[in-house]
Design a protein around this ligand. Structure first.
Ligand SMILES: Nc1ncnc2c1ncn2[C@@H]1O[C@H](COP(=O)(O)OP(=O)(O)OP(=O)(O)O)[C@@H](O)[C@H]1O
Length: 299
């Protein structure tokens, strides 16, 4: 059994109050383990980013708790929180927006090294920058002196991955890491994340609206709708044998992710789609166990 690094334990996040309250995450529980990836899948607005931001400690959960190696993060000492911040790194959707146009790639990689790994000093800093670029299959001589606008989208996302790795993390949260990239380079970035997971024994939270891509990086999958996890299990189990109507709905839009559910090509009538959404959005407290690694919520 791999080591559990991060756990969300019945975590809830509500924005606003009263009738205008948005229940962005409702009793979400999952764990991230060393050397394994969990794909969190769902349409826009299902609550994936809210979960990512809670895992990053950018949002405070309304209720429930986050555990780091079995210990609650809330109320932890400042050195433990610093360790957590170093251990959990994020890769964003838009690699351009997350890189500063005024600084070289080398600068972007030196900063997290100085911040998180002060033991690396002098010329070792630049040799570590080179190693990081090589790890993400970029040529250090060509890429280190460049500015973000001089690189392609795929190269920029590789730099973002290298920057996350600079902190020597145990967990990487990747929020739609390929959705702004050219289709031709998406698979390369997913394969790279998969390799990093295996080689560096990283826990990976892979967030995507495109359920088909989960296969390339993840062992486990959780399908979200309206702030709830409606089905979860092994990637193969859930994708090949979906039990929940909403998972089937998501899969009906595959392999063409641009086909909307309402589209006739998705072969579902609009009232059927509406019915599935309505039932999936209702609070789902009962859990049905299907097989040891495959669960779904009652609808
Ligand atoms: N800061 C906020 N204030 C108020 N409501 C929010 C906030 N952040 C998210 N929400 C709402 O919470 C719900 C879940 O949003 P979230 O961004 O987590 O979904 P998502 O699945 O990540 O979607 P996307 O892929 O579009 O980012 C949405 O209804 C959203 O409008």
């Amino acid at each position: 059994m791999s080591e559990t690094i991060l756990t969300l334990d019945r975590v809830t996040k509500t924005f606003g109050h009263g009738t205008s309250a948005v229940h962005a995450a409702r009793a979400i529980s999952f764990s991230l383990q060393a050397g394994r990836a969990l794909a969190l899948v769902g349409e826009s607005g299902s609550g994936k980013t809210t979960c990512a931001r809670m895992a990053m400690r950018e949002y405070q959960p309304t209720s429930g708790q986050i555990l780091y190696k079995g210990r609650p993060v809330e109320g932890a000492k400042s050195d433990e929180i610093a360790r957590y911040r170093r251990s959990v790194q994020m890769i964003f959707q838009d690699p351009f927006a997350s890189l500063n146009p005024a600084h070289t790639i080398a600068h972007h990689l030196r900063r997290p090294l100085k911040l998180h790994r002060p033991e690396i000093k002098g010329t070792d800093i630049d040799s570590t920058v080179r190693e990081l670029l090589q790890r993400v299959r970029l040529d250090p001589d060509l890429v280190a002196p460049k500015y973000p606008h001089e690189l392609s989208g795929g190269q920029r996302q590789r730099v973002s991955i290298a920057r996350a790795l600079a902190a020597k993390p145990e967990v990487i949260v990747a929020d739609e890491p390929t959705s702004m990239l050219d289709v031709s380079v998406r698979l390369g970035v997913l394969n790279l994340l998969n390799e990093m997971k295996q080689e560096m024994n990283l826990g990976l939270l892979y967030i995507t609206h495109d359920i088909a891509t989960a296969r390339y990086v993840a062992e486990d999958i959780a399908v979200m709708y309206a702030g709830q996890i409606v089905e979860w299990g092994s990637v193969a189990g859930v994708i090949d044998n979906p039990q929940h109507p909403y998972t089937r709905l998501l899969l009906s839009a595959v392999p063409d992710p641009d086909v909307r559910f309402e589209d006739p090509k998705a072969r579902l009538r609009p009232e059927e789609v509406e019915n599935i959404r309505r039932r999936s959005a209702a609070p789902q407290d009962e859990i049905v166990e299907l097989e040891p690694d495959h669960f779904m919520r009652m609808v």
